[in-house]
Write a protein that binds this ligand. Sequence first.
Ligand code: FEO
Length: 400
Amino acid sequence: MGQPFEAIKITDRVYWVGAVDWEIRDFHGYSTDRGTTYNAYLVLADKITLIDTVKAPFVDQLLSRIASVIDPRDIDLIVSNHSEMDHSGSLPKVVASVEPKQVFASEMGVKALAKHFHQGPDVTPVKDGEGLSLGNMNLTFIETRMLHWPDSMMSYLGEEELLFSQDGFGMHLASCEMFADELPDCVLEWEAAKYYANILLPFSPLVTKLLTKVEELNLPIKIVAPDHGPMWRKDVGTIIESYRKWATQKPNKKVVIVYDTMWGSTAKMAHAIADAVSAAGCCPRVLKLRSAHRSDVATEILESGALLVGTPTMNNQMFPTVADVLYYLKGLKPAHLIGAAFGSYGWSGEGVGQAMEMLVAMDVDLVHDAPGAIRSQYVPTEGVLDDCRGLAKLICERLS
Ligand code: FEO
């Protein structure tokens, strides 16, 4: 093992012992421009308990951080809140090295871990609401099925009023500052929103249900410890309220204009729309798809009211980057959007219609039917640009 790593104290009895991944820039198709962390936590109860592990290549960081507090072989119990490999990838190696007395996961987690590791460790299933005595402290398990995997659960440590929230309330952010209150609000807001938009958005109704359930359980929560990014120890209500707000997907006056262009014609249309959106009192977000990543488009969609899609036609198809982003957004199931498609073409011009079909498949409420969509053969005339301005005005009237 190389350079030793230090654990970070959260309370007298709980330590962060995870790993920092400074270099990752693509997390299964999500751009992680600030890297990420794989958080794991050590609870120094009578029965010493490790909550989650880390992605397989980072196991030495995890074991080194644990060793900065205790002998890793003193760990009695391991809880796996989520079987996705960024949190369970090193579980077999950790179990082999630590030899805990028991490993716990949700019922679905037991099945998922078995399907991942085949010859993996014996795992004891726990149920929603079940408690686990650690001797002088107690864990309570809260199943969070489909938030965002079938196996997902959270663990609540009552004595510290601490929620190990697995992917929930997390973000991809590698930093020396491991507490949210040490980081700039603008960074937290963007990265937390990006995480929600790209991971949790399709499950928004379940997020609302979970927040209601947690409220009904009346669990005091002083600290939220997610599996990615900083821990929340002050103003925990801020991130919880953000989730409540994002889950409702209430549209606002932001108009997301995504487009690509071959010879600048669709770009001219996009900019005419954006300027008119601004003039009409809405807020345009213009994203050219060869410089904007699909996961950043998803983040902008989160609190927007409209999605306008500009595409040229190439080889009888909408432009590939446009197809990519629409396909990605469709899976995220954004709700309550109005929208339209527009674009230029040379001769056949199928691209705009195909984009409209995708918007319909996404349940976007189109403001134009297909014949009313704005298309420009080759370079847009002033008349076409006026139509673009008219579209912007119509969209903003609908959002007001
Ligand atoms: Fe961070 Fe769903 O794994």
